[in-house]
Design a protein around this ligand. Structure first.
Ligand code: PAF
Length: 293
């Protein structure tokens, strides 16, 4: 497996792959790989002739109070995991490589990719600039890696919806694939941030997946008011005494805008974000409101 660290070498690898008539899949990650990432890699390996995994902790998607400096980094361990699965290359650029003009006379990057409105709700309402950082770096990764297909986790549901829209609106020639969330035995969604939890917080963190399941059940039972579903989610979350709920909400699955009613055939997204100490965890489910027959 190759380690590629420059955009130039990455583009040459992509051009070579394409000139051999091979398809290229990209799995963008920030490293600290876990079972969830490995499920994305397996999906990518099934879909394309060559697979590149990018490992880049992207500074522009972290707020000033967030965990950019302490975010877990272990490139060698990550590479061992990927090489064992048959990944062709890891793209692991430096921050200067991805943001080449950050040290010029202007204050920080001046070119951004922004998706509006879809980024106002859920995580976007609390993480100022986060999605601008994500859409900008993913656009750059697409230009560097030139993939035919890019694979993302459904656990970051808002990210997935935003990126799909970015690709549509900017006419980018990349297929976006979303892979089902990988869960631990008790239902907790796999996340690099789970490693920050104390044993007690880890036990309590099961409430996130329970809240999402409570939303699914309420909707299947015929609840027509979002308020009723959110009540069930908050009830599940209240069983974690150390959890601080940031949000529990149900929004339209395509526009991510708030809704009040659930009508048969609607597609909605139920999503939660909860802090345990400084550790912020999220979970969600896409749910179709059953039709009346
Ligand atoms: O989901 C992530 O790990 C990141 O947001 C991504 C897509 C790799 C962009 O930095």
């Amino acid at each position: 497996m190759k380690r590629i660290t420059t955009v130039d070498a990455m583009q040459r690898f992509a051009d070579r792959t394409r000139s051999q008539d091979c398809t290229l899949a990209l799995v963008p990650t920030m490293g600290a790989l876990h079972e969830g990432h490995l499920a994305l890699v397996e999906d990518a390996l099934d879909r394309a002739d060559r697979v590149v995994v990018s490992i880049f902790v992207n500074p522009t998607q972290f707020g000033p109070e967030e965990d950019y400096d302490t975010y877990p980094r272990d490139l060698e361990r990550d590479e061992e995991l990927l090489s064992a699965r048959g990944v062709d290359a890891v793209f692991a650029p430096s921050v200067d490589e991805m943001y080449p003009n950050a040290d010029d006379a202007l204050d920080g990057p001046v070119t951004w990719v922004t998706v509006e409105q879809l980024t106002d709700s859920l995580c976007g309402a609390y993480r100022d600039g986060h999605f601008r950082g994500v859409t900008t770096v993913v656009s750059k990764l697409f230009h560097a890696c030139k993939p035919h297909v890019a694979v993302f986790g459904t656990k970051d549901a808002q990210q997935l919806v935003v990126l799909r829209r970015m690709v549509e609106d900017l006419l980018l020639d990349v297929d976006i694939v979303g892979v089902e969330t990988v869960r631990e035995e008790d239902g907790l969604a796999a996340s690099s941030r789970n490693a920050y939890l104390s044993p007690d917080e880890r036990r309590q963190a099961v409430v996130l997946s329970r809240a999402v399941r409570a939303a699914e059940q309420r909707i299947r039972q015929g609840e027509q008011q979002v308020e009723g579903v959110v009540e069930a989610m908050n009830d599940a979350l209240s069983r974690a005494p150390d959890g601080r709920v940031q949000y529990a909400d149900v929004v339209d699955a395509r526009t991510l805008q708030p809704i009040d009613r659930l009508d048969p055939g609607d597609d909605v997204l139920a999503a939660v974000a909860v802090f345990f100490g400084d550790t912020r965890l999220i979970d969600n489910a896409f749910i179709s409101v059953p039709s009346e027959d």
